[in-house]
Design a protein around this ligand. Structure first.
Ligand code: ATP
Ligand code: MG
Length: 162
């Protein structure tokens, strides 16, 4: 069988605070092929976000590992995008600047300033937020904030905003 695109390999995650440890993930393994859609479901607090944060490279594993095309990942990268559960927008930046910050971070070295501007606007327009580009997060609705989060994580295709 062909190797999987993403391999979650025997991941365990324990949070430690002082003398208290909580085992949140225990021996989680999952293989996902390119183009495959997978939903992770479970009761509140069961560890879904923790697992996704590990795949995103934002949270380190306690044991085990994540392989993307056979390469171990342990930091964020443009090949993995996340729309956060809490929108995580910076309140002092406009809608445009919140998305542009991520675009500059990911494409700073490879796309020109003009290209990064049109990429930002393209992603905002895909989620119908182009008209609100100058508003601050405090001036838009919860759903609109989530759409900005989707634009920030987007890869510029319709499928990424489905
Ligand atoms: N940084 C942290 N430090 C300590 N405990 C944490 C931390 N992050 C998450 N937890 C704990 O890990 C468990 C799983 O949390 P997680 O956010 O992954 O749940 P979830 O499945 O996404 O829940 P929900 O459906 O409510 O979003 C919870 O018990 C939570 O309290
Ligand atoms: Mg969650």
């Amino acid at each position: 069988m062909a190797r999987p695109y993403l391999k979650i390999d025997q991941v365990t995650k324990t949070f430690t605070r002082g003398a208290m440890t909580t085992e949140v993930l225990k021996d989680i393994s999952l293989e996902i092929d390119r183009g495959e859609y997978v939903s992770i479901i479970g009761h509140s607090g069961c560890g879904k976000s923790t697992l996704l944060n590990i795949v995103a490279g934002l949270t380190p594993v306690t044991t085990g590992g994540i392989l993307l095309e056979d390469k171990e990942v342990n930091s964020p990268g443009p090949d993995r995008a996340v729309v956060f559960q809490n929108h995580s927008l910076l309140p002092w930046l406009s809608v445009y600047d919140n998305v542009r910050l991520a675009v500059d971070k990911v494409f700073g070295g490879v796309k020109s300033k003009a290209e990064r501007h049109s990429w930002t606007m393209h992603n905002l327009e895909l989620v119908q937020m182009g008209h609100a580009k100058d508003k601050r997060p405090g001036e838009i609705s919860g759903g609109m904030k989530q759409r900005v989060g989707i634009a920030r994580a987007g890869d510029g295709t319709e499928s990424s905003v489905a």
